[in-house]
Structures are given as structure tokens and as C-alpha cells.
Design a protein around this ligand. Structure first.
Ligand code: UT7
Length: 342
């Protein structure tokens, strides 16, 4: 069998890429573990021990909160932070799998909400990897020279597709969004040093949402899988996540020829506190370098990474000059990492 072609490192860039502005948006309604315990047979102690979650946020439809609203608000604020008018965006990429409308894309609706004129716009369906896949693609498009300003959003409103009678799934997820404005810069030292983007569709059944009955495979347990609801084989995803997380970090470090302690901050998908702890221990990453907010927001799928990023930027913990690694994995199965010189 032919050996796989090595992926070449980036050629000397003619243009750098920088995070010009970052922001996030959470819905207003708090759903605590105690609230969930009134719906299914569970309790705060079990949920916290197994996941690290105390509460999560969910959209309040009566207040007009939706996937589209979270996306538009987060990108609107990121543009303010970037000091860039929306009309100067060349492209909006929206990482989401829980869009309000199947057609058109949320990115198109966001463009209209924020006044982005005729910027190109599309959704990227990579579940929890949506934002990190998005910044990797946006980075390379800017480096190629055809785009200068790209808005990347990560958002999911999993509350709309969660079965609140399934205690193995409903405890985990919350709604939320974050966005980043990536811009071309003359400083060619800034940008992505290494990236990894992977998927293995053979694992699709471990985390999927059947939209119609015929999509549930014949050999699946039909009593466990409801149309319109997310189905998750928690144990299988957990195992995949722990091993993938560690391989991803190792592969990305190797590509950039640096060690884990040269990375200033790890911005990781908040899937489950135990998964994050396993990665931290494996690489000896000190707690202050791997920020967590899963206790307050739960697993927000594509919203997870940019929500953490925004908290870190606001606290001054992610700043220019640092090396920052983004890591995510999720349904698909998909996994991705992105190491940046900020
Ligand atoms: O974002 C990326 C995708 N998702 C993930 O990364 C999630 C990965 N998986 C997980 O985080 C974990 O598998 C869960 C948190 C979802 C579940 O934790 P677990 O340690 O894998 O629990 P389990 O499913 O093996 O269940 C253990 C026991 C079972 O009881 P028995 O059979 O041992 O008597 C379950 O019925 O806990 C029971 N259980 C619960 N008990 C109280 C399951 N869910 C609950 C619950 N409250 N909510």
C-alpha cells in the first residue's frame, strides 16, 4: 500500500492573519441541574461528578432567542471589538448543526441582520468542530489572498433537538454562540502555525439526529432513538474523545515542532470535564493554561470553543504574541485542532 503523502508545512506567507475581534452570546434562561432533576431521574451530584456541569443556558423562544439571534449578536459584537464595519466582511462562515431553518443558511440570515451586504455566506456542518474547522478554512482563504476579512461563528441550540426524557443526553448540552473576526495583516508572523482537520464517518451512529423514521438503521434500538432528537452513545463518544483529544494535541505539536509547554493557552471544546482533565494530565498542562467554563454553560457544541475564547480575551488571558491551540471533536465523527501565533 502506498504510504500517505506528507502534508507540507505552510510556505512562507505573504500575508498574516489575526484575530481582530472576538465576542459571544448566551441565551438568558438558566437550566440548573436541580431544574433537570425535576424532569428526569437524576441529581446535581451525579451530573457534576460525571460531567463537571452545574448549569447550562437555553434559548427562551418567548424572548425571541434562537440560533439566528445568538449568531447575529455574537458576530455583531465581535465586529465592534474588531472596529470593522459589517459591510467590509468578505465572508461569513457559521459553524452550526442546529440552525433554525434548513434553508437558507444561518450565515445568510446573519449577513442580513448585521448589514454585511453581499458578503459570501455559508453554514459549516461539523458539529462541535464547526468553529475550529471554520477558523482553519478562513485562515487559509485569507492567506491565499482572495479574502481579507472573514467572520467565523460557532453556535448551537441543542436544546431544540434534545430529548428531555433521555437523562443520558439532556444533562450535557446547553445553547450558546461565539464569533471571531479574522483579518489579513502585514505582520506575516501572525497566523496558524499548524492545523489538523479530520473526520471518520464510520462512527456517525454514535452521535446523530434522525430527521425521519427511515433514517434510523434497522439494527438500532428504536425505543432509544426518537425522530428529531439527538441520539448519543455516550460511552463510545467518551472513549473516542479521550484518545482523539490526546492524539490531536500530539499531532498538532509535532507539525509545528514545538512542545506542549511552549503553548500559552489551550482553548478546548467543553465536552465533559473528565475528558478535559485526561488531556491535561497526559500533557502535564497546568490548570491555568486550560480554561474551563463547562460548569456554567455545559456542552454548547460549536459554541463551546469561541465561548471559552471570548472569556479568555475579556480576562486578558489570550493576547497578542501568545501561542494558542484550539482543540475540538464531535459528531461525524469529526476532530480538529488549530495552533496560532496570535
Ligand atoms: O460534545 C461531544 C460529544 N459528547 C461527549 O463528549 C459526551 C461523552 N460522554 C459523556 O460525557 C458521558 O458518557 C455521559 C456524561 C453522557 C454519561 O456518563 P457515563 O459515565 O458514561 O455514564 P453511563 O452512561 O455509563 O451510565 C452510568 C450509570 C447507568 O446506570 P447503571 O446501568 O450503571 O445502573 C446509567 O443508567 O448512570 C446512569 N445514568 C444516570 N444516573 C443519574 C445515566 N445518566 C444518568 C443521569 N443521572 N443523568
Amino acid at each position: 500500500m502506498a504510504s500517505p503523502q506528507p502534508i507540507l508545512p505552510y510556505a512562507a506567507p505573504r500575508v498574516g492573519v489575526r484575530f481582530a475581534g472576538v465576542a459571544s452570546q448566551l441565551p438568558s434562561r438558566v437550566l440548573s441541574n436541580a431544574d433537570i432533576a425535576t424532569i428526569v431521574d437524576t441529581n446535581d451530584e451525579w451530573i457534576f461528578q460525571r460531567t463537571g456541569i452545574r448549569e447550562r443556558r437555553v434559548c427562551d423562544r418567548a424572548k425571541g432567542e434562537s440560533n439566528r439571534w445568538l449568531c447575529s449578536e455574537s458576530l455583531r459584537k465581535a465586529l465592534i471589538n474588531a472596529n470593522l464595519p459589517a459591510a467590509e466582511l468578505d465572508l461569513i462562515i457559521c459553524g452550526t448543526i442546529s440552525q433554525d431553518l434548513r434553508c437558507p443558511s444561518t450565515a445568510c440570515l446573519v449577513a442580513s441582520d448585521i448589514g454585511a451586504g453581499t458578503a459570501a455566506a455559508w453554514d459549516l456542518g461539523a458539529a462541535c468542530c464547526g468553529f475550529v474547522y471554520g477558523i482553519n478554512i478562513a485562515h487559509d482563504l485569507i492567506r491565499m489572498g482572495n479574502y481579507r476579512n472573514i467572520g467565523v461563528i460557532g453556535c448551537d441550540t441543542i436544546s431544540a433537538i434534545v430529548d428531555y426524557t433521555n437523562r443520558g443526553v439532556c444533562i450535557l448540552f446547553g445553547d450558546g454562540a461565539g464569533a471571531a473576526v479574522l483579518r489579513a495583516t502585514d505582520d506575516t508572523t501572525k497566523g496558524c502555525l499548524a492545523q489538523v482537520n479530520k473526520a471518520d464517518g464510520t462512527g456517525w451512529l454514535d452521535l446523530y439526529m434522525p430527521a425521519e423514521q427511515w433514517q434510523i438503521p434497522d439494527n438500532a434500538d428504536r425505543t432509544q432513538q426518537r425522530v428529531g432528537c439527538l441520539h448519543m452513545n455516550g460511552k463510545a463518544v467518551f472513549k473516542f474523545a479521550v484518545s482523539t483529544f490526546q492524539e490531536l494535541i500530539a499531532e498538532t505539536l509535532a507539525k509545528a515542532s514545538i512542545s506542549a509547554d511552549e503553548v500559552d493557552v489551550f482553548v478546548c471544546h467543553q465536552s465533559n470535564m473528565r475528558i478535559l482533565e485526561a488531556a491535561r494530565e497526559r500533557f502535564g498542562i497546568p490548570a491555568e493554561k486550560l480554561h474551563t467554563n463547562i460548569d456554567r454553560v455545559g456542552n454548547t457544541s460549536a459554541g463551546s470553543v469561541p465561548l471559552v475564547l471570548d472569556e479568555l480575551v475579556r480576562e486578558g488571558k489570550v493576547r497578542e504574541g501568545q501561542k494558542v491551540m484550539f482543540v475540538a471533536f464531535g459528531a461525524g465523527l469529526t476532530w480538529t485542532a488549530s495552533l496560532w501565533q496570535m
